[in-house]
Design a protein around this ligand. Structure first.
Ligand code: N2P
Length: 383
């Protein structure tokens, strides 16, 4: 629905630009007019981002400064963005998929290369993170990191301890969501799983000590068994609403994303409702994601998209994202603008030691994506 609205809005600007280019050609002036001048864009920018994933005044400040009107839509899984990108004509100028999904879009020719001459603030980016993303986007030609984090378990420790009774907290936090011994007890206080195959299945793969992005379909069988064994105890599938469900106490355990769980924690603190929430760092392993800004190849406002990317990479703007949503940013120069309690939160900026145990998310080919989706659907529908 959103995409349709957006396409309809974006269409005139595209035709406008084409019409201008055609007029310039007719005048025989094309060779004299640089493309950037031809692409004198209407002051609009269409952004498609994850929900709960932006700073307090990130958009308002950009609009004020540039006079560009931002249209902002949200999603809560890579699968949704990818399906829209494959269908084409999304109408978006900036999308923010995880790098491993963006990789598939790069391979499909669906993303434009960034013009680095328009992105001087790239100098602020952490070379280690740039290098990690370059494994999926050689030379960082298409993607600019927005934020990064990891998939993990969030708990309400008071409710969890009460529900577990005589069973002590497990050493491996993943037992709380993948071992029926624990999950069956936690059902009474509410257990939530992310509603997305590409996050839940790799977590279950790690639990069975398999490569979470294995290319061999046989490797997925154990994960399927684990998921099936806990299905009766899951009370909610959610990739965004679970934040508030943690805050209001209707779930006590979530397989979720690090920052989202910290957002829930912050909201409960602000609400002073007596609900404690903790993001856990698995002592075993977890998948780690890099969500990245990218410009669809058919974007109607690529200049505005570059202005946005460069704006985000300003130290205080990037810090503003982290301060609000508790995901780490890749901007070394921003760290002095990150609030002390956020900078010191080890579930936001992981220690090097914790980071070493995490597995960066990888792109998998279509046949494996089908295996993952089938397995997840069977799990969710209880087949
Ligand atoms: C934002 C969740 C983004 C993390 N709510 C998943 N890439």
């Amino acid at each position: 629905m959103h995409a349709l609205t957006r396409s309809a809005k974006a269409a005139p600007s595209f035709h406008f630009t084409v019409a201008k280019a055609a007029a310039a050609l007719l005048l025989g002036a094309a060779s004299l007019v640089p493309f950037s001048a031809l692409a004198d864009e209407e002051k609009v920018l269409n952004i498609y981002n994850w929900s709960d994933y932006i700073g307090e005044d990130t958009i308002a400040n950009f609009e004020k400064e540039t006079g560009i009107k931002v249209h902002y839509d949200t999603f809560d899984s890579n699968e949704i963005v990818h399906a829209k990108m494959v269908a084409g004509k999304t109408g978006y100028d900036i999308i923010i998929p995880s790098a491993h999904w963006a990789r598939l879009e790069i391979e499909g020719g669906l993303l434009a290369k960034v013009d680095k001459s328009k992105l001087p603030n790239l100098k602020n980016m952490d070379p280690t993170i740039q290098a990690a993303i370059a494994k999926l986007d050689p030379n960082n030609e298409h993607l600019v990191n927005w934020l990064w984090g990891f998939t993990t378990v969030g708990i309400n420790p008071d409710k969890v301890k009460k529900a577990l009774g005589d069973l002590p907290m497990p050493a491996n936090v993943w037992d709380l969501v993948f071992d029926p011994k624990y999950v069956s007890r936690l059902k009474s206080c509410g257990v939530s799983f992310l509603d997305t195959p590409s996050e839940v299945v790799p977590a279950a793969m790690l639990y069975t000590k398999k490569d979470p992005f294995s290319k061999s379909s046989a490797d997925y069988q154990d994960a399927g068994r684990v998921l099936k064994s806990v299905r009766p105890y899951i009370t909610l599938f959610s990739s965004s609403g679970y934040i508030n469900d943690m805050v209001n106490g209707s779930i006590c355990v979530a397989l979720g994303w690090s920052g989202d769980i910290n957002i829930a924690r912050q909201r409960a603190i602000q609400a002073k409702n007596g609900v404690n929430i903790e993001a856990l760092i698995p002592s075993t392993s977890a998948t780690m994601f890099f969500d990245t800004m990218a410009i669809p190849a058919d974007a109607g406002h690529p200049n505005n998209a570059h202005l946005w990317m460069n704006y985000i990479m300003r130290p205080e703007v990037h810090a503003g994202l982290t301060n609000k949503v508790f995901y780490a940013n890749p901007n070394l120069a921003s760290l002095k603008f990150v609030k002390k309690e956020v900078a010191e939160n080890k579930t936001v900026f992981l220690s090097d030691e914790d980071k070493k145990r995490m597995v960066p998310e990888q792109a998998v080919a279509a046949d494996i994506r089908r295996v993952v989706t089938r397995l997840y659907t069977q799990f969710k529908t209880g087949m």
